[in-house]
Design a protein around this ligand. Structure first.
Ligand code: ATP
Ligand code: MG
Length: 252
C-alpha cells in the first residue's frame, strides 16, 4: 500500500459531480504537483484529502489507515479519534495565509500545538523559534501579521503548519496571492522541505517550480486526471492533446 492513496474519488457539490473517479498516490517523501486550468478540481482534491470536503465515492488511506472507505457502495469515514490521528499527520497551507491578525507571529505558531494538542507553551517554544529561524523570520517573532509582506506571511503560515509536526504538507497555490518578486522566497522554503524529504502535494501555477521540485505531476482537467507522469514526461513529451495544449499555453 502506498503512503497516501486516494482511489476513484468522486466528489459532488449538489447535483454536480466535480471529481470523476480521481486517483492520486504518493510514496513517503514524494512531491506531487497538481496542475491544470481553473475549475479543474485541484483545490477540491486537496480539500478531500484532508477532510475539508466529504467524498461521495472512493477511498482515502494514509499510512495504511483509512480515512474514508467504500463499503457496499457507501463511503464510510473513520471514527472521530482515528480521523483526528490521521488528519494530524497533515498540514495545509492556503493561498490566503489565514494567519490570526490579533496574535504575534510567534503566537500564531504556538497556537495550534497549545490549543489543539494541549502542549505547554514552554515545550513548544523551542520548536516554534527553530521554525521561525528556518523560514528566516526569527527577527519578526514579536511583530503582527499586518506588519509583514505577503511572502513573509506565507512563510509564517508554513512555519505554523510545521509546528504541528506533520508528515505530509499540502499546498494550495501558496504563491498565487503574492507579487511576483515575493514568490521566490516562498518557493525556496517549499524546496527546502522537499530537500528534507517531506511528503508534499502541491497545487500550483508556477510551472518552472513544479517541474523542478516534483517527482510526479498530475495534469487535471474537468475533474479527471488527464495525464500523469514525471516532470520530463509531462513538460517535454505530453501524450494527450489537452495536456499539450495546456503546457503550451502556460509555457508561452
Ligand atoms: N463549495 C462548493 N460548492 C459548489 N461548487 C464548488 C465548491 N467548491 C468548488 N466548486 C466547484 O468545483 C469545481 C472545481 O473547483 P476547484 O476550486 O477545485 O478548482 P481548481 O482547479 O482549484 O481551480 P482554480 O485553479 O481556479 O483554483 C468548480 O467548478 C467550482 O465551481
Ligand atoms: Mg484552486
Amino acid at each position: 500500500m502506498s503512503f497516501i492513496e486516494m482511489k476513484n474519488i468522486r466528489k459532488d457539490f449538489g447535483n454536480h459531480t466535480i471529481l470523476h473517479g480521481v486517483n492520486m498516490t504518493l510514496e513517503k517523501g514524494d512531491v506531487v504537483s497538481v496542475i491544470g486550468p481553473s475549475g479543474a478540481g485541484k483545490s477540491t482534491l486537496l480539500r478531500c484529502l484532508n477532510h475539508l470536503e466529504v467524498i461521495q465515492g472512493g477511498s482515502i488511506s494514509i499510512d495504511g489507515e483509512y480515512l474514508a472507505e467504500e463499503k457496499n457502495g457507501q463511503v464510510v469515514y473513520a471514527d472521530k479519534e482515528i480521523a483526528k490521528q490521521i488528519l494530524g499527520k497533515m498540514g495545509m497551507v492556503f493561498q490566503s495565509f489565514n494567519l490570526f491578525p490579533h496574535m504575534t507571529v510567534l503566537d500564531n505558531i504556538l497556537a495550534a500545538p497549545i490549543y489543539v494538542k494541549g502542549m505547554k507553551k514552554e515545550d513548544v517554544l523551542p520548536l516554534a523559534e527553530q521554525l521561525l529561524e528556518k523560514v528566516g523570520l526569527y527577527n519578526k517573532k514579536d511583530g503582527y501579521p499586518g506588519s509583514l509582506s505577503g511572502g513573509q506571511k506565507q512563510r509564517v503560515a508554513i512555519a505554523r503548519a510545521l509546528a504541528m509536526k506533520p508528515e505530509i504538507m499540502l499546498f494550495d497555490e501558496p504563491t498565487s496571492a503574492l507579487d511576483p518578486e515575493l514568490t521566490g522566497e516562498v518557493l525556496r522554503t517549499i524546496q527546502q522541505l522537499a530537500d528534507e524529504n517531506m511528503t508534499m502535494a502541491i497545487v500550483t501555477h508556477e510551472m518552472a517550480f513544479a517541474k523542478s521540485v516534483s517527482d510526479k505531476i498530475l495534469f487535471m482537467v474537468d475533474g479527471v486526471i488527464e495525464e500523469e507522469g514525471t516532470s520530463e514526461q509531462i513538460f517535454e513529451s505530453p501524450q494527450s492533446e489537452r495536456t499539450k495544449a495546456f503546457i503550451q499555453s502556460v509555457l508561452r
